[in-house]
Design a protein around this ligand. Structure first.
Ligand code: FES
Length: 106
């Protein structure tokens, strides 16, 4: 199963098993990863699953689509590699993906 690493704002890394076909947000919630709130449950309606995709992975993961981009307006400290991780579908190619969670959600 693809491994996903979440690094919190303090630099602590947690690597979890992702399930292909599910989302990076679901991997975080299933494994109690702190820093991902996901209040809307993955409907792209809350922006509390905001993460920064690590530089080398940004091109592989790709950019946010229009609806996600609109929702990112509600996140704080948005950067070029910001994504809502409920919108990142896990594929075998994402094995090793690293994302960083922001200091706060919302
Ligand atoms: S979980 Fe709400 S936007 Fe991702």
């Amino acid at each position: 199963m693809p491994k996903i690493t979440f690094v919190d704002h303090a630099g602590t890394a947690r690597t979890v098993e992702g399930v292909a076909g599910s989302t990076v947000m679901e991997a975080a919630i299933r494994n109690n990863v702190p820093g991902v709130d996901a209040e809307c449950g993955g409907a792209c309606a809350c922006a509390t699953c905001h993460v920064y995709v690590d530089g080398e992975w940004a091109a592989i993961v790709g950019p946010a689509q229009d609806m996600e981009q609109d929702m990112l307006d509600f996140a704080s400290d948005v950067r070029a590699t910001s994504r809502l991780c409920c919108q990142i579908r896990i594929t075998p190619e994402l094995d090793g993906l690293t994302v960083t969670t922001p200091a706060r959600q919302g």
